[in-house]
Design a protein around this ligand. Sequence first.
Ligand SMILES: Cc1cc2nc3c(=O)[nH]c(=O)nc-3n(C[C@H](O)[C@H](O)[C@H](O)COP(=O)(O)O)c2cc1C
Ligand code: SF4
Length: 466
Amino acid sequence: MITYLPGKEPHTREYRMIFKNVDRAGYDPSIDCYLNDGGYQQLRKAIGMAPKDITEEVKKSGLRGRGGAGFPTGMKWTFIPPNNTKPVYLICNGDESEPGTFKDRYILHQDPHQLIEGMVISAFAVGAHVAYIYIREEFPAAARIVETAIEEARARNFVGSNILGTGFDLEIYVHRGAGAYICGEETGLIESLEGKRPYPRIKPPYFPAALGLYMCPTIVNNVESLCHVVHIIQRGGEEYAKLGTAKNTGTRILCVSGDVKFPGYFEVEVGKLTMRELLYDVCGGPKDGRTLKAVIPGGSSSKILRCDESFKIKNADGSTRELSFWDIPMDFDSLAACGSMAGSGGVIVIDDTRKISWVLNNLNAFYAHESCGQCTPCREGSMWMKKITDRLVSGDASPQDISTLESVAYQIDGRTICAFGEASSWPVEAIVAKFREELLADTKEENADKPHNPEAEAQRRFLHST
Ligand SMILES: Cc1cc2nc3c(=O)[nH]c(=O)nc-3n(C[C@H](O)[C@H](O)[C@H](O)COP(=O)(O)O)c2cc1C
Ligand code: SF4
């Protein structure tokens, strides 16, 4: 029986698979702990399979990427051109840069061998002999722990030349980022790995699986996604697909932060919990004397949902039904049907003590700081949006500013090289649409003629004085 550290026991609604060893009493990241628990058995099994059969199991499992887009993992692997003669690379995306997301770091810190086993199996399936784990700058301990784990795995012949005597070779390298959100975007990550400024690449090609690192086919998968591969091999794809719900299979780690009594990370079967069950049963509901106002359900880039909203949802037979915010199942398709997304699993909860203009300004400040600057709508627009909400929080905005804010967001959305454009504009679009009255209450009509920023004020003073 597995026991957990006091106070860190999983909630009874959790299904711990990927996080089985996180906060486990007596467990450390060493290979001995992992081997004592049956570690690397799935590698032994997978390496005796044909690579295409591993991909087939991953396809059957229905696994969808846990990095943000929810793209089917098995399908992504098949995008490597069939007549490819170039080297194939596997990259593990350990940038974990989406605000509200804090799951991959626990795997890197506490269970690195699960990730390494998943990576060796995945590399074998896609024919990669070199793999990278891209770890964000802010995780120095994770980089050290994973490097030690790779050396331990090499010493046991799970990594390196002629793995387990099969003739399969794989080198895994840790590559550390320098602390930029955009390095989580897969093509920005690849540029960074190549030693360049992490400017995301123009599409097409739509997937690095066609042209990626050093212009060779490259599979980029999230840390959590790669760990799932171990469990798919263990259970078989069909058995794994019984976890969760149809088209939203398996488990996923939800990271709940903000205004609930018990925030934290919770591994649950996908779609088996509704918003109400997650926020009340698992997270204890709002703090005393407060009420919940809104939730950003899939990391800061996802569109906000109001707690008093309801949605018209299409049934499989084409009919429609009404779904309240509280009854939304926490899965990819339901959240998308409600106009938001499950994204990276970062659930940010906002209660009635938070001013929405403050929330929006906080988001805008992040995106304005993190834009890589390559495309004009994103570089300029993210800064303009931040300047407008700066005025909003300081009481210097006029009602017209809200329309300008909305207009700027719509001029970014869909007009940029990478999805950062949507990541920065969707929060604005959704918040303005759903909280217009609250935002307007923070504006003043008499501010309409005032200069819009300190530079304009200084310029006006200069012009008046000459
Ligand atoms: C601006 C931006 C930031 C991203 N940050 C991350 C990240 O920190 N970690 C991650 O796994 N994916 C991130 N992604 C998604 C990746 O581009 C990519 O889709 C993902 O790593 C693929 O892995 P998956 O299929 O296993 O989800 C980001 C995407 C965008 C547009
Ligand atoms: S959308 Fe923004 S982050 Fe993405 S490439 Fe353009 S400027 Fe860079």
